[in-house]
Design a protein around this ligand. Structure first.
Ligand code: HGY
Ligand code: MN
Ligand code: MN
Length: 416
């Protein structure tokens, strides 16, 4: 298969994987961190090399825009995110950013001039690992984030998102300028690793996503009263951690009862003051709940909230925040059909599938026509240092998108 250049894809992914705070222990690249900034400069350099004009918006999203027969027309946007989870893998996000870079490079090499501009995008803060609010940048681009939220959201050291942005030259107070009116985007197409076992188990080359599951995240703060572990009788304790454990043990059961592949996870747990001989006075933990069925999602949310409130009383107080709530998202059938047509023409083995992972694509879906292409994940593993997808597999996914984007941008040869 000509076209997408596997060596270049490998080189760019290996270079991005270098930008981690935990070398040898997976990819840890927080937005606005030194590693995030190194990745930023590299991505911008690769956009320039692909002949794109580069800009960054007020919160640090990077855009590389091509020349076009009609530059005023809406862009066909391709890309993904370049932040990571703690000790995650090297492909979650970067595979989609490199897809965008490669599509742009192929346009340049094949002297293609699109009628609609091609726009490569590298997004910050999709994972929510820095400030506890996933899909932050794509939410801002579609107008769902205000400056107050960026001043309110904080990292584990209590630094606000606005502060962290300002530290590297971005400006949360100008977040309104990040909004892209729907009229400026003709389509958004993302390539992402599947992060599950389906494609590998069926020996398929690509998955074309029709639905992304609904997602919500709760941040629960339970407060009690610190005390001496040795001298405080069991009947006189207000133990915040014991109360939290009653909830955490239940959320999995609520999800199992809901069925329909509904899932619930507590991934973050902070205990204060976190001393072995101190009764915990405060606990902050997260509950991530997902389902392709909106009613099941809501059912588990309500059960979880009720269980939390049942812990209140006798000196125990509970507070719930819900920074993220996105309904199950249907992607664009026409884009889906185009991707399937080009996958077939390329002789790829493919299937339609649901995404159990959330993606920036779901935020853009309310704004424009959106497509999402999966490539296989070895052992279905992701959010883990051993996350892996063969570069040749990524190349196949990129080829499908390149052919599709050529059609959607109505590209023609400069020499014609
Ligand atoms: O959580 C997710 O589904 C994605 O990895 N942000
Ligand atoms: Mn991702
Ligand atoms: Mn992820």
């Amino acid at each position: 298969m000509n076209g997408a250049n596997v060596e270049r894809i490998q080189r760019q992914l290996e270079q991005l994987a270098e930008f981690t705070a935990t070398p040898g222990e997976g990819t840890t690249r927080m937005s606005y961190s030194p590693q995030g900034q190194l990745a930023r400069e590299y991505i911008k350099s690769q956009m320039l090399e692909a002949g794109l004009s580069v800009r960054e918006d007020a919160i640090g999203n990077i855009f590389g825009k091509s020349a076009a027969q009609d530059p005023e027309l809406p862009s066909v946007m391709v890309g993904s995110h370049f932040d990571s989870v703690p000790n995650g893998g090297a492909f979650d996000g970067p595979a989609g950013v490199v897809m965008g870079l490669e599509v742009a490079k192929l346009f340049q090499e094949q002297r293609l001039l699109p009628r609609y501009p091609l726009e490569v995008v590298a997004l910050v803060e999709e994972e929510g690992s820095s400030f506890g609010r996933g899909l932050l940048a794509s939410s801002a681009i579609v107008g769902k984030v205000d400056a107050a939220e960026l001043h309110r959201l904080c990292d584990s050291q209590g630094r606000s998102a606005a502060h962290c942005m300002a530290e590297v030259g971005f400006d949360a107070d100008r977040v309104a300028s990040v909004v892209r009116p729907a009229s400026t985007i003709k389509a958004f197409i993302e390539l992402h690793i599947e992060q599950g076992p389906v494609l590998e188990q069926a020996s398929l080359d690509v998955g074309i996503v029709d639905v992304i599951v609904g997602i919500t995240q709760l941040v629960v703060t339970i407060t009690g009263k610190a005390g001496h572990a040795g001298t405080t009788p069991m009947n006189r304790r207000q133990d915040a951690l014991v109360a939290a454990c009653q909830v955490i043990a239940q959320v999995g059961e609520f999800a199992r009862q809901a069925g329909e592949e509904t899932v619930a996870t507590t991934g973050k747990l902070q205990v204060f003051p976190n001393g072995a001989n101190v009764i915990p006075s405060k606990v902050i933990f997260t509950v991530d709940i997902r389902s392709k069925d909106w009613h099941k999602l809501q059912q588990v949310v309500e059960q979880t909230k009720a269980c939390i409130h049942q812990q209140s009383g006798a000196g125990i107080h509970c507070h719930i925040e819900q920074p993220l709530l996105v309904a199950p998202t249907q992607l664009d059938p026409e884009i889906h059909q185009l991707l399937a047509k080009h996958g077939e023409a390329l002789g790829l083995k493919q299937r339609t599938m649901v995404s159990g992972a959330g993606h920036d694509a779901m935020m853009f879906a309310g704004q424009t026509a959106v497509g999402l292409v999966f490539v296989p994940s070895r052992d279905g593993l992701s959010h883990h240092p051993d996350e892996w997808t063969d570069y040749a597999q990524i190349q196949k996914g990129i080829e499908v998108i390149f052919q599709t984007v050529k059609e959607i941008t109505e590209a023609s040869n400069y020499d014609e």
